[in-house]
Design a protein around this ligand. Structure first.
Ligand code: GUN
Length: 282
């Protein structure tokens, strides 16, 4: 029987713990603050940013939002990041991706000071993760590891197969799983005979943005499936995995919505509080 990994409920419990932690910080006169930058009008980003601001409000984290014009120059974007880097009251900075094509997102992430880089996208944090040092781990991979741990799903020695090599999910997830002694395989759009790899997975993590792409015939019995996809279709939100078909075979599976998404936001909140404590609790 498949067990559904209830990311929504896990995330709620994490937010409750973090709320208590913020109350303790406030007794010491410390108030965490997150600044979020969004460039342009990406529809999905607006939803994600709204979820982040709601979580901040619930937990007691101060929140500032900068919505920049679509045609803003790289120089102006870097100037804003620099200003936020130097603000004593701002503990955490997040640049929502994607940003318009004329801007260099890598340069922007590099500009965010590593101490406030709660997304873990600055090369210093990326490097530290690959060396298994203390750092900000990007929120979706961090949330996935947390879910596996909460459900006591063993990672060590397992064949973990990731589909999707984005800088936001796939690549940092390789390091997270390696740091936990999984045998990690990463597949992507140019992988030949994908099924050969997915069939071998004990833990299959899918982040490709193709609705219901992973079907029953592509997985083995008792696999654990983490579905990172959020695809808006005429029939509502669906993941990258054909949930109904695949559910017959899996031991654990995350739903969409209510799986990875809420955990990503919860781990962001966790990182904001970590940044605050690192900076202000000496
Ligand atoms: N766009 C989609 N997911 C994310 C995320 O986790 N962080 C940022 N900054 N942008 C995103």
């Amino acid at each position: 029987m498949a067990e559904i990994i209830d990311g929504k409920n896990l995330a709620k419990n994490i937010r409750l713990e973090l709320t208590a932690e913020v109350q303790e910080l406030k007794k010491k006169g410390i108030i965490p603050k997150l600044a979020v930058i969004m460039v342009g009008e990406d529809k999905a980003s607006k939803v994600y940013v709204k979820n982040k601001s709601k979580a901040c409000e619930e937990i007691g984290i101060e929140y500032e939002e900068y919505i920049l014009e679509e045609n803003i120059s790289m120089e102006s974007l870097l100037e804003l990041i620099d200003k936020l880097n130097n603000r004593e009251d701002v503990d955490a900075i997040l640049l929502q991706s994607p940003i318009p094509k004329h801007l260099d997102i890598n340069l922007a992430f590099q500009k965010i000071t590593p101490e406030k880089d709660v997304d873990g996208f600055n090369p210093i944090n990326v490097g530290k993760l690959s060396l298994n040092q203390d750092c900000f781990v990007s929120c979706t991979p961090y949330g996935i590891i947390k879910m596996l741990d909460q459900y006591k799903i063993e990672i060590e020695g397992k064949n973990a197969v990731i589909i999707g090599r984005s800088n936001i999910v796939g690549k940092p997830l390789i390091q997270c799983l390696l740091n936990r002694n999984a045998t990690v395989t990463i597949c992507h759009s140019k992988t030949k005979n994908l099924k050969e790899y997915t069939k071998n997975a004990d833990i299959l993590i899918v982040a490709i943005g193709k609705p219901k792409y992973i079907t029953e015939d592509m997985v083995k019995d008792n696999v654990v499936i983490i579905d990172v996809g959020i695809n808006r279709t005429d029939n509502g939100l669906v993941g990258d995995v054909d949930f109904e078909g695949v559910s017959k075979k899996v031991s654990y599976i995350t739903p969409v919505p209510g799986g990875v998404g809420p955990m990503t936001v919860a781990m962001l909140m966790n990182n904001v509080i970590k940044a605050t404590k690192n900076r202000k609790l000496k």
